[in-house]
Ligand binder design. Structure first.
Ligand SMILES: Nc1ncnc2c1ncn2[C@@H]1O[C@H](COP(=O)(O)OP(=O)(O)O)[C@@H](O)[C@H]1O
Ligand SMILES: O=P(O)(O)OC[C@H](O)CO
Length: 495
């Protein structure tokens, strides 16, 4: 029998679950996808039903294997990538979660965070975890579960409960409750993990009142985590790669060198810049995080997020009725010679990094009777470029190396005009891969490296293919003028 040469990647995201089978040349062979329900039990609360997630994981994985016309024995390994920070607590004996998952977007612990911040604890959190003391991360969500689900704390103290992010829960279920582990990238987003020493932090466990008994073991992102119980797919396929979705995209884009960077443009944008073995500390409220951990060695990244990227284009369509399809913005932006002095600051939900202004609100400035729908569309696309430029400037100010190129992915990266504008405004080449499924590909790379399908980072990097590279053009004065115009508009939007 020949060696299995395919990898199954599971990408469990915030709104959908995808399973993709890749061949040994990193080509997509088959895909299964399912969207699942979002629960908003109260204002600012967001929950997922873990049984939906488990059901869709199995169904999409089986669908992808069947569509690829493969047997489980053809799959060399499974890789898992996931929405990060989302928090679960389950019963070790039954595998039943004691509550729905609290999603990363959930703000119910804002007061808890504010209290800890007021007491001066943010310094410790920043130093150990590289994060901000914010409800975004798992720690206060976990302590909420312990304090609000009847009996939870007592049961946790007795060692009956297990905590995990989505990767960890899926691993537990796939191994039939045999393995309680996560990888270093996911652990880095819990606000309980010391990213420098790469271990759970005793002081933070005290600060957030978390019993150590609930914690999973933390392993390298590319390593043998366990085997699927054979009943799931028909063979005990090894689970050999795990990473949070933004880190997985970094890996899927082949960003293994210091100074390499990726930005994913979907609803919002997550940008990660690889800083190598140096954990760069941000003075601009960017996040420092583990990019991946291979052979016991952690690589770090500095991360910035923009809340509104593609959502601005969606608003042109659904809010203004200016377009019927997002891709029309490409032609509209091309049609006008310049932005005609029109700027959009898409602060619909405040502004993220590096401005961090929750009360900022959106605006369009510079309108004249000569302004057209095309100018507004162009201003929306340009705003994504300016926000990215602000992130890159903050990263460099923090001492990170200037990115050698920006690798883009996500739905919005299909827009050629935007990619060229990004190259011009950042003054760095923008590269778009042929396969935009970089997140799943990153999980596949991690799994494939662990089982010897691929030799290591150099080998997987050689498998990434570019669709197009956008070279910076345009004159420096024009760029300076555009950035000055953006800054003026930005100042008006800040609260
Ligand atoms: N050609 C395009 N030009 C501009 N924006 C686009 C284009 N195609 C998609 N988008 C935007 O990208 C977003 C969808 O990207 P996707 O990666 O699927 O997002 P998410 O994973 O966050 O749901 C939408 O907000 C849409 O408006
Ligand atoms: O599931 P996504 O793609 O929205 O990503 C969510 C991020 O991991 C949150 O930190």
């Amino acid at each position: 029998m020949s060696e299995p040469r395919y990898i199954l990647a599971i990408d469990q995201g915030t709104t959908s679950t995808r399973s993709i089978v890749f061949d040994d040349q990193a080509r997509v062979v088959a895909t299964g996808q399912a969207e699942f329900a979002q629960h908003y039990p109260e204002d600012g609360w967001v929950e997922h039903d873990p049984e939906d997630i488990w059901r869709d994981t199995l169904a999409t994985a089986r669908e992808a294997i069947a569509e690829a016309k493969l047997a489980a024995t053809d799959i060399a390994a499974v890789g898992i990538t996931n929405q990060r920070e989302t928090t679960l607590l389950w019963d070790r004996a039954t595998g039943e979660p004691i509550h729905r998952a609290i999603v990363w977007q959930d703000r119910r612990t804002a007061d808890h965070c504010a209290t800890l911040k007021a007491a001066g604890h943010e310094v410790l959190v920043r130093e150990r975890t590289g994060l901000l003391l914010d409800p975004y991360f798992s720690a206060t969500k976990l302590s909420w579960l312990l304090d609000n689900v009847p009996d939870a704390r007592a049961r946790a103290e007795r060692g009956e409960l297990a905590f995990g992010t989505i990767d960890c829960f899926l691993l537990w279920r796939m191994t039939g409750g045999r393995v309680h582990a996560t990888d270093a990238t996911n652990a880095s987003r819990t606000m309980l993990f010391d990213i420098h020493r790469q271990q759970w932090d005793a002081d933070l466990l005290v600060l957030f009142d978390i019993p150590a008994s609930v914690l999973p073991e933390v392993r390298d992102s590319s390593s043998l985590f366990g085997h699927c119980v054979p009943e799931l797919f028909g063979a005990p396929i090894p689970i050999a790669g795990i990473a949070g979705d933004q880190q997985a995209a970094l890996i899927g884009q082949g960003c293994f060198e210091r100074g390499s960077a990726k930005a994913t443009y979907g609803t919002g944008c997550f940008m990660l810049l690889n800083t190598g073995d140096k954990a760069v500390r941000s003075e601009n409220r960017l996040l420092t995080t583990t990019a991946y951990r291979l052979n016991g060695k952690a690589a770090y990244a500095i991360e910035g997020s923009i809340f509104v990227a593609g959502a601005a284009i969606k608003w042109l369509r659904d809010g203004l009725g200016l377009i019927t399809h997002a891709s029309q913005t490409d032609d509209m932006a091309t049609r006008v010679a310049d932005n005609g002095g029109v700027y959009m600051v898409p602060a619909f939900v405040g502004l993220g990094a590096p401005h961090w202004d929750a009360h900022a609100r959106g605006l369009i400035t510079g309108l004249t009777l000569g302004s057209s729908a095309a100018h507004v569309a162009r201003a929306a696309l340009e705003s994504v470029g300016y926000q990215t430029a602000d992130l890159v400037a903050a990263m460099i100010e923090d001492g990170a190396a200037r990115p050698s190129a920006l690798r883009v992915d996500g739905g919005m990266s299909a827009n050629d005009w935007l990619c060229q504008f990004l190259a011009d405004i950042l003054e760095i080449p923008v590269e778009r891969p042929a396969n935009l499924e970089t997140t799943a590909l990153g999980a596949a790379f991690l799994a494939g490296m662990a089982v010897g399908l691929w030799d290591g980072p150099e080998a997987v990097k050689a498998l990434t293919r570019q669709d197009r590279s956008f070279t910076p053009a345009g004159d420096p004065q024009r760029r300076a003028d555009l950035l000055a115009g953006w800054r003026k508009a930005l100042e008006r939007a800040l609260a």
